[in-house]
Each structure stands twice: as structure tokens, then as C-alpha cells.
Design a protein around this ligand. Structure first.
Ligand code: ADP
Ligand code: ZN
Length: 752
């Protein structure tokens, strides 16, 4: 019998060849193996990009080297790496581990994750330039005295040998006070050798801020800080869920925990929902720590690269940033904090569709450090984990200095004469604003309108029109002039009369912030009004300017979307008005109640923060909804208990795990056919492998047409956290996708 063919690995080992593992920025989860030519051996390490010939046509692609190792059982002939792209690794071992985990967790490829989490400015080395430097030829310094050289050439060589560092042309000609000709002569004789070195061409000089001392913590804060410090000192991972009402001093606790981290020469990462909305928080961190890097979305490539390098060098004590700051390359991370952990901006809505909370937890686990999640209204997922003892729950139950939480008053809009005539401000709201302004207070008005067609509902009985088959409110689809169920695809003409109370008066909710602004200006012509939403705040820095104007009393009424619900701290605000609490409540979204509670709690947090007492007025057509009642009593735990029971009955998160598959394309028929095929195949795999997964749908996606694309989706629901991954690994290689159709899989989707 002939001996078995040696495997490529055996052949490579015999020839003492190195094999690199390479991943690609494509939805291919495979790790590919390439020979490393001897000439590239010393240049390549894990975390660097390489150019590789790929596929039959040997198209040159850029991939990431993620390690060296064995090619496994394949008998394919190994190709060689063409070139090494980066001079140094873009990410370290820890980040490679984390990104690999992300690929597995979010059902995408490792290469896609790496491509996404390494900033473009870092890949391009933006803000730096390659500059020619010279070094002396090997052994030259010892020979220098024996060489016969013209005076200027000798002067150059002496300067270069004296210097420990490579020198530029300018530095050499200056040191020897000569022109470039002697240098050229030395180069021709190969007595000096050219090398290329990167130099920064860019520098950020942060404006100094006035430093501030730490505050003395109250007993509750002290208790929480003690728990975090205990974990820090034991070098232990644990996730702490810090539930503290707005203004209870959570941020002060984070700061003092970070103080300990920094004292030990380590770094901290603080994630905030959106940088532009939290200028006060940023200022606070900059006042307390010497070196704070603030990573926000308006940074140029060069700025981002500059920050990245300083962070990697350990020159930054605290990194404050949005979602992606969880990847900051801190060399000795000591603590991660996620402030307002319930905010949806922590979830990325493009591949990899990760949640920063989860990635932070994985990173904290890897690096054996604590993770602190703070919120006045933690997500039910986090609260449930705390109840299961997976997280450690800490509570700050009172506002600092015993300031009371503002009373929340609900106003029933169903019988309001102004509302029924189409106004946004009801009678009570209008008069409350008048009173607040007369007393010299400031007013915040909140109106949240999401980017898609509003809900059809009855102004008499406040019933939203529901699908006959599902417990889901029908949504007005303007493009087709139909109301549609997002669960089962049932569609109908919009009813003229309410199906419940049979009265006419069906309305589309649709007053956005612009219409509100008009109305407010007309009703309060003598007062200064400012609107803040993504339309009016396009320019970078415009938030800061607007908020400054409000803080300095140059604006009396601030109105806007989410933007004004978050983190702001204005002592003179005595009235917060929620124009329509029902816009969130009637979303066909399983978290609609949770969002509504969060919203009311957040806006309530914007008032009563100073010496003056504040008040919250909530306009709603359903004052008897449990969520509205719990919110007006500031009863988060009561709400959570109620809502968790409901989620348990309906087996929705946190009692099940969901994944959503969206198929989109320009032809509706193709998209529909594709998703049906996928559903069939998934169902077949599920029954063959006996996986505990339910397939729901397919149906029209909530946004059925987006940017000219038709979208259908289906849901996978399971109680086994591994099942969806198992299903996907088994089924996805066989899924047939027509060329003009795109498939998205979203694990733990947030907009459901
Ligand atoms: P949260 O992050 O929970 O909203 P903050 O940490 O922002 O709360 O605290 C709310 C306000 O109370 C801030 O103005 C802060 O400076 C102040 N504060 C926090 N802790 C203390 C303390 N121990 N003593 C005095 N003032 C405090
Ligand atoms: Zn339905």
C-alpha cells in the first residue's frame, strides 16, 4: 500500500514553512490558510492585514492575519501571501479574541467584525506621513576612524553615528551644515541606508478645563463604591447593575471607582448613549481626570487615529465614547462603565449587529475586570439577569440631598376640547406652561415621532386598530394606502369608524415636532422657543450651542425629540411636558411599554434637579394603561414585575431569545419567494435536528419598503441560547439567495 499523501501542513512543516490563518471581510465564516513566504516572515504577525490571492481567479483580496497554525484536513494546495499591508498589528491578542467571539455570537464572520471595529483612520494611519530617514551601514560606527572621507561626508556620518535614532535629510544636513550632495555620495557608497518611518503630522491640543475635586459620597453611594472597589482589588469579573433614579449620584460613583483604577495605572472605558447629547457628563469627566479621550462620531480619520494611538500607548486614563468605544485599545483596562444601559443606541444596526453591553461584558470577562451598568430604568433583560444572580444588583434609591422626584400628572386627551380640534397642546398643558413661564421657570416639551407612518387609532375610545388575527396594532402604510399587520401580513383599507366603539373619528397620529413648534410659537409669541431634533441639529456642535442657550436662560421653551430627554441637567426647568405618551405605546413593538416607561422616567429626570421643584405633565389617551400608572408613581420595580409577568406569559425576551432574518431586494416577488424558501428550509432543518426553535412568519417587515427595497422578515424564537447558532451553522450554507437579494440576520433584535 502506498503511504498516504502528506497533508499541506505536513509538507509545510517539513519544509519549515509558516502557515498563516487569514479571515476576510465577507460573510464567509471560514478561516483560510496561506503560506508565508520567507521574505515576509519577519514582517507578519496576528492582527495585521495581508494581500492574498483568492478563489479560482486568484483575485487579490485584503484579509486579516489572525494567527499561525494548521490548515486542518484540507488537501488543497496552499497559496502564498502576496504582501503584508500593515507594518504593525492593528489589534492585539485580546481584541482578536473578542472579535472572534463576536462573529460567533452575532452570526457573521470574524473578518467582517475586524473590518468594522478597527476605525478607517487607523487602517489608513491618517494624520501621519512616511518620511525618509537614514541609518548608518552595519558596523560603520566602529570603522569610522579608519575611513578616508571628505570633510562634509564625515560630518554627516559622525552625526548619524552619534544619534541613536534614524535621522531625516533635514536633520542630517543641519547637523553637518551642508547641502544634500555629500549625503547622496554616502548613499551611493552604501555607507548610509535609507529607511521609511512614519511621523505624525497632526496634533490635538485639548482645551484645558478647570479641575474639580471629588465630592463626598453619601452612605448609599459609599456602599455601591465599596462593592465595585472590592471587585477591582480582587481582580475579579462581575457585572454590577446599578439601578439609581435620575439624579441619585450614579455618575459620581463611576468617577470615584475610576479614580481607583487610574491610581493603579490602569484605564477605564465609559460608554454613553450619544456623545453630542451628554456634554455635561463629558465636561465632568474632563474636570476630574488629567487625560480623557472623548470619542464621538464627528471625529476626522486623523483625530480618531491620534486618539487610538494615545490610548494604545497607555497615555489616556479615561476613554469616554459611544458604542464603539468598547473597542478602545487600552493596554491595561481596569473598568468598563455603561451609563444609561437601557438606551437603544448601544445596539449597532449594521453588521456586526452587536450590543455594546454584551461585548463589554465579554471583554470584561476576558480581562477579569468589573463592568458597571447604570440606569434609572434598566432593561428588563438586565433586571432579569440580576434577579437570576447573574448580575449583582446595587441600588441608589434617593436623589442626592433628598431632592424629591417630581410629581407626574397624567392628562386624559380623549375629552380635551383642544386636542380633539387637532391641537397638540391640550387645555391643561397650555395653562401649565403659562403658569411655569410666569413664575420664571423654563419648560421642556417632548414629542417623539419615529420615522415611519403613524398609528391609526380612535380618538373616542383610544383603541388602536388591531389585526383580526394577532394582538398587534395595524400600521398605516402610506405607499399602499392600507393598514397592515406586521405579524401575519393581513391588510385592509383604513376603517372610517372605530371597530371597537363604532364611532367615526379615526385619526392618524401625526403631529411632529415641527408642527408643535408652530403651535407653541403661535400660543406663546412673547417667549423664546427652540426646537431640537435631528433636522434642526445637523451641524456638529449645534447641540452644545443650543443647550448652552437654554442653560443661560436665552430660551424659555425647549421642545424636541429624544434628544432632549437624555442626561440634561437644568436646575431652572420647572415643567416637563410629554405631548403624546401614546406614540411609543402603540408601536407594534414588544418593548413598547418598556420604552414608554423609560421615556417618562427620563423626562421626569430633567426637572426638579435644582432648588426649584418641578412637575411633569403627560398627555395620553390611555391613562389607565398600567405602564402610565406605574410611571406616574415612579414605580420602576412595580412596572418591571408587571411587564416581566406579561413577557413570561408571551414567552418573549428575556424569557426567550429572538433572531430576526430580513430579506431585502428590489423585486417584491423575488424577495417574497426567497424568504418563503428560507423559512421552509429552516423549518426542515429544525425538525430534522430536533431544535427547540419556533419560526414565526415570514411577513412584511415593519418598514416594508425602505430606500426602494422591499423587505420581508421572519423571526426565530427559542429558549435555548445555543439553538439559533446551531441552526444557522447547519442551514446557512445551503440557503439560496438570488443575486439581487440581500439577507440580514439580527440576533437579539431591538426593534421588534
Ligand atoms: P446621576 O448620574 O444618577 O443622574 P449625578 O452623579 O449626575 O447623578 O448626580 C446628580 C447631581 O448631584 C449632580 O449635580 C452631582 O454633582 C450631584 N451629586 C452627586 N453626588 C453628590 C454628593 N455625594 N454630594 C453632593 N452632590 C452630589
Ligand atoms: Zn396579524
Amino acid at each position: 500500500e502506498p503511504p498516504p499523501e502528506p497533508t499541506p501542513w505536513e509538507r509545510a512543516a517539513e519544509a519549515d514553512q509558516l502557515i498563516a490563518e487569514v479571515v476576510l471581510n465577507r460573510p464567509l465564516t471560514e478561516v483560510y490558510h496561506y503560506l508565508v513566504p520567507d521574505a515576509l516572515r519577519s514582517l507578519l504577525g496576528p492582527g495585521q492585514r495581508v494581500r492574498i490571492p483568492f478563489g479560482r481567479g486568484n483575485q487579490l483580496l485584503t484579509g486579516y492575519c489572525v494567527g499561525f497554525g494548521e490548515p486542518g484536513a484540507t488537501n488543497r494546495r496552499l497559496k502564498s501571501i502576496e504582501a503584508v499591508v500593515d507594518r504593525a498589528p492593528l489589534v492585539g491578542e485580546e481584541m482578536l479574541k473578542l472579535t472572534r467571539w463576536m462573529g460567533e455570537r452575532y452570526l457573521c464572520s470574524w473578518g467582517q467584525v475586524l473590518e468594522s471595529v478597527i476605525p478607517a483612520g487607523v487602517k489608513k494611519q491618517a494624520g501621519t506621513r512616511e518620511i525618509l530617514h537614514f541609518v548608518p551601514a552595519e558596523g560603520l560606527s566602529k570603522q569610522l576612524d579608519n575611513l578616508r572621507l571628505p570633510r562634509k561626508q564625515r560630518a554627516i556620518l559622525e552625526a548619524l553615528c552619534r544619534s541613536e535614532q534614524p535621522m531625516t535629510i533635514d536633520e542630517l544636513t543641519a547637523a553637518a551644515s551642508c547641502g544634500t550632495a555629500p549625503l547622496q555620495a554616502l548613499r551611493d557608497k552604501q555607507l548610509v541606508l535609507p529607511i521609511r518611518r512614519r511621523q505624525e503630522t497632526f496634533e490635538i491640543d485639548p482645551t484645558p478645563v478647570e479641575r474639580q475635586a471629588d465630592l463626598t459620597l453619601n452612605a448609599e453611594q459609599q456602599q455601591v463604591l465599596g462593592e465595585i472597589l472590592g471587585l477591582l482589588r480582587n481582580r475579579q469579573h462581575e457585572t454590577i447593575l446599578l439601578h439609581g433614579v435620575t439624579g441619585s449620584g450614579k455618575t459620581e460613583v463611576y468617577i470615584q471607582a475610576i479614580r481607583e483604577v487610574v491610581d493603579y495605572g490602569r484605564q477605564a472605558i465609559v460608554l454613553v448613549p450619544e456623545i453630542s447629547l451628554t456634554p455635561q457628563t463629558i465636561r465632568r469627566f474632563r474636570r476630574r481626570f488629567e487625560t480623557v479621550a472623548v470619542l464621538h462620531s464627528h471625529l476626522s480619520d486623523a483625530e480618531r487615529h491620534w486618539h487610538w494611538q494615545r490610548i494604545a500607548a497607555g497615555d489616556v486614563q479615561v476613554v469616554v465614547g459611544a458604542r464603539s468605544a468598547v473597542f478602545a485599545p487600552t493596554p491595561h483596562l481596569g473598568l468598563i462603565v455603561i451609563d444609561e444601559e437601557h438606551e437603544t443606541t448601544f445596539k449597532q444596526q449594521t453588521t456586526p449587529r452587536y450590543h455594546a453591553r454584551e461585548v463589554a461584558q465579554q471583554r470584561a470577562r476576558q480581562e477579569k475586570i468589573p463592568l458597571v451598568l447604570g440606569s434609572a430604568t434598566p432593561t428588563l433583560e438586565s433586571l432579569w439577569k440580576a434577579k437570576q444572580k447573574e448580575y449583582h444588583l446595587c441600588t441608589l434609591s434617593k436623589r442626592v440631598e433628598q431632592r424629591p422626584l417630581p410629581p407626574v400628572v397624567t392628562v386624559d386627551t380623549r375629552n380635551d376640547p383642544k386636542i380633539s380640534r387637532g391641537h397638540s397642546l391640550g387645555r391643561a398643558m397650555e395653562s401649565s406652561i403659562r403658569v411655569a413661564l410666569k413664575d420664571g421657570g423654563q419648560v421642556i416639551l417632548f414629542l417623539n415621532i419615529r420615522g415611519f407612518s403613524p398609528v391609526l387609532w380612535c380618538t373616542r375610545c383610544a383603541a388602536g386598530v388591531k389585526c383580526p388575527e394577532c394582538d398587534i396594532t395595524l400600521t398605516w402604510h402610506k405607499d399602499r394606502k392600507k393598514v397592515v399587520c406586521h405579524s401575519c401580513e393581513h391588510e385592509a383599507d383604513p376603517p372610517r369608524r372605530c371597530p371597537i366603539c363604532e364611532m367615526p373619528g379615526m385619526r392618524f397620529l401625526g403631529a411632529g415636532t415641527q408642527r408643535l413648534e408652530e403651535e407653541v410659537r403661535a400660543k406663546f409669541p412673547e417667549h423664546r422657543v427652540l426646537r431640537m431634533d435631528s433636522d434642526s441639529m445637523k451641524k456638529p456642535g449645534s447641540h452644545d450651542t443650543a443647550l448652552d442657550a437654554f442653560r443661560h436662560g436665552q430660551v424659555d421653551i425647549l421642545l424636541g425629540t429624544q434628544m432632549i430627554a437624555k442626561g440634561l441637567d437644568f436646575p431652572n426647568v420647572t415643567l416637563v411636558g410629554v405631548i403624546d405618551a401614546d406614540t411609543l405605546l402603540h408601536q407594534p413593538d414588544l418593548r413598547a411599554s418598556e420604552r414608554t416607561f423609560q421615556l417618562i422616567a427620563q423626562v421626569a429626570g430633567r426637572t426638579g434637579r435644582g432648588e426649584r421643584a418641578g412637575r411633569v405633565l403627560v398627555q395620553t389617551g390611555c391613562p389607565d394603561e398600567p405602564v402610565i400608572k406605574f410611571a406616574s408613581r415612579h414605580d420602576y420595580l412595580g412596572f418591571a414585575r408587571h411587564e416581566l409577568r406579561h413577557r413570561k406569559d408571551s414567552m418573549t425576551p428575556p424569557f426567550s431569545q429572538l433572531a430576526r432574518i430580513v430579506v431585502r431586494g428590489s423585486s417584491e416577488a423575488t424577495v417574497k419567494g426567497t424568504i418563503r424558501g428560507i423559512a421552509e428550509q429552516l423549518r426542515a432543518t429544525i425538525s430534522k435536528s430536533e431544535l427547540p426553535i419556533r419560526v414565526i412568519g415570514p411577513a412584511l417587515a415593519p418598514i416594508a419598503r425602505l430606500r426602494g427595497m422591499h423587505r420581508f422578515h421572519l423571526l426565530l424564537s427559542t429558549t435555548d441560547p445555543m439553538a439559533i447558532r446551531t441552526l444557522w451553522q447547519a442551514a446557512s450554507p445551503n440557503l439560496e439567495l438570488p443575486g439581487d437579494v440581500e439577507l440580514i440576520i439580527d440576533v437579539d433584535p431591538l426593534d421588534m
